[in-house]
Design a protein around this ligand. Sequence first.
Ligand SMILES: NC(=O)c1ccc[n+]([C@@H]2O[C@H](COP(=O)([O-])OP(=O)(O)OC[C@H]3O[C@@H](n4cnc5c(N)ncnc54)[C@H](OP(=O)(O)O)[C@@H]3O)[C@@H](O)[C@H]2O)c1
Length: 347
Amino acid sequence: MPETDPRAATGAAVPIAVVGATGAVGRTLIDLLVQRGFPVGECVPVASARSAGQRIDVPGGTATVHDLDRYDFSGVRLAFFSAGTGTSERHARRAAAQGALVIDNTNAFRMAADVPLVVPQVNPDVLDRRPDSGIIANPNCSTIPLVRLLAPLRRRYGLRRVTVSTYQAASGRGNRGMAELRAQAAAATDDPTRTGPVEAFGVPLAYNVIPLIDTLLADGFTLEEQKMRQESRKILRDPTLDVTATCVRVPVLNGHSETVVVDCDAPVDAGELAALLAGEPEVRVWADRPPTPRTLDDADLVHVGRIRVDPEHPNRVAFWLVADNLRIGAALNAVQIAEVLVARGVR
Ligand SMILES: NC(=O)c1ccc[n+]([C@@H]2O[C@H](COP(=O)([O-])OP(=O)(O)OC[C@H]3O[C@@H](n4cnc5c(N)ncnc54)[C@H](OP(=O)(O)O)[C@@H]3O)[C@@H](O)[C@H]2O)c1
């Protein structure tokens, strides 16, 4: 068995809590724990008072959702947090102090010095021990697939500059975002002037694209774009890595796409790069046609296509990627972090 297979570890099944268990990421995470055979002991679903008392499916059966404000994490070994940045800010350090090792899916601690920011395929070495904070952060949904491809590119060709544009799905705003896109699409089907509900994205998303995700910052970039630069630098341990991002919401239900243009230190051979990326763990390179969010056959892979070298700039390569944001960009990355921790006996 590979070292990251938690079934290789000895010891009892792991008691866990899933905070945000009723949300899009939380539900996906619970599915993945079952699908991947993670050694779950008791699994406690946790959400807000709105959902407390509901029974939901968890590994091994069903369980009652607990109210986070009243939940004590003593006895929990791993706590997955996917319930919004403010919720993590209020409760994650408390959960860690009560003994849980927190894997946080939000933006609350990603850039904190005492919190490792981890993509298991890129920087698993930082998972050797429990961090002093008791918190490990999962990167942003667009950053994860990007750095998984930049890491091998850097090893082979060196990175000089990265320019990325994203095409981000409605599910990036969770259950609410998907419901709103569905309602808008239904409303506009019969009458294109009807928008349906407009709450999650500020303007209608159906039959539209929105070049503004998260807060607009003073420098004209958005917080989402800033996250891609800062998080890539932290994960790849390159504080001056040159990353310029434009993040765009598109009317896709699930699955983020990105166009990536990389200026390298050395000339790139497109065929060689395709073979290099195809040899990376859990990456599929599409040769004949590009991957699209609706035609992915395996949601647990990063899909790459349209790899091409600029004929006027041999050091410049462009490619297209698609990755399931709820899985690769959130829940799967978190579960894979947990798998490494359990396999290494970190608690
Ligand atoms: N969607 C993505 O692609 C993605 C990717 C990476 C990271 N993330 C991050 O993951 C988090 C969850 O995203 P999502 O897409 O799953 O959102 P979602 O579908 O809206 O789900 C939100 C979850 O958080 C819970 N929650 C909200 N406020 C709470 C509170 N005050 N106390 C306790 N629980 C609370 C909700 O419980 P109730 O049922 O009680 O409301 C629900 O379970 C966000 O921080 C998001 O930024 C999402």
